[in-house]
Design a protein around this ligand. Sequence first.
Ligand code: S3P
Length: 171
Amino acid sequence: MPPNNLALIGFMGVGKTTIGRMLADKLEYTFCDTDQLIQQAAGKSIPQIFEEDGEAVFRQIERRVIADIALSDRHVISTGGGVALDPENVNNLRQNCTIFLLIARAHEILRRIGDAKSRPLLAMAQDPKARIEELLTQRMPRYASAADHMIITSGKYPTDVCAEILNLFTD
Ligand code: S3P
């Protein structure tokens, strides 16, 4: 039997929400998105939290949300792009989740994100693609070490990515 939950980690715009919803549907699990849970907990949007309270407060709320949701049963958990950078979050997810890292190329990420204003870490960048490449290079080792499986999403249909993950999860 697979562990109770399936968690998706990885950079912004790699398809965590789209794929997560499809997986939850197929598995008959509950879908949740940690960014949404953070917004509910804070009572404001992510750009507002960054602007009014700062990134450190955002990360604190994020840690609490992860600690709670990791204890749940039969959930597909789509995580924000910074979640897997924090060892405490990774430990919590590991207790009860199989962790899949989704990977996409920078230009595809940029295309999917579109208007970067909803992503405070990219909103201020003069050259968003260069900033994405820089953050990807910094983050990839930590993403990779947190993951049980790595899945490339670039150039693939979401249905095929979903099938690939289901095969590994239910194996
Ligand atoms: C972040 C990714 C965002 C959101 C916040 C910080 C990051 O989530 O949590 O803007 O540090 O990469 P998505 O990956 O869902 O865009």
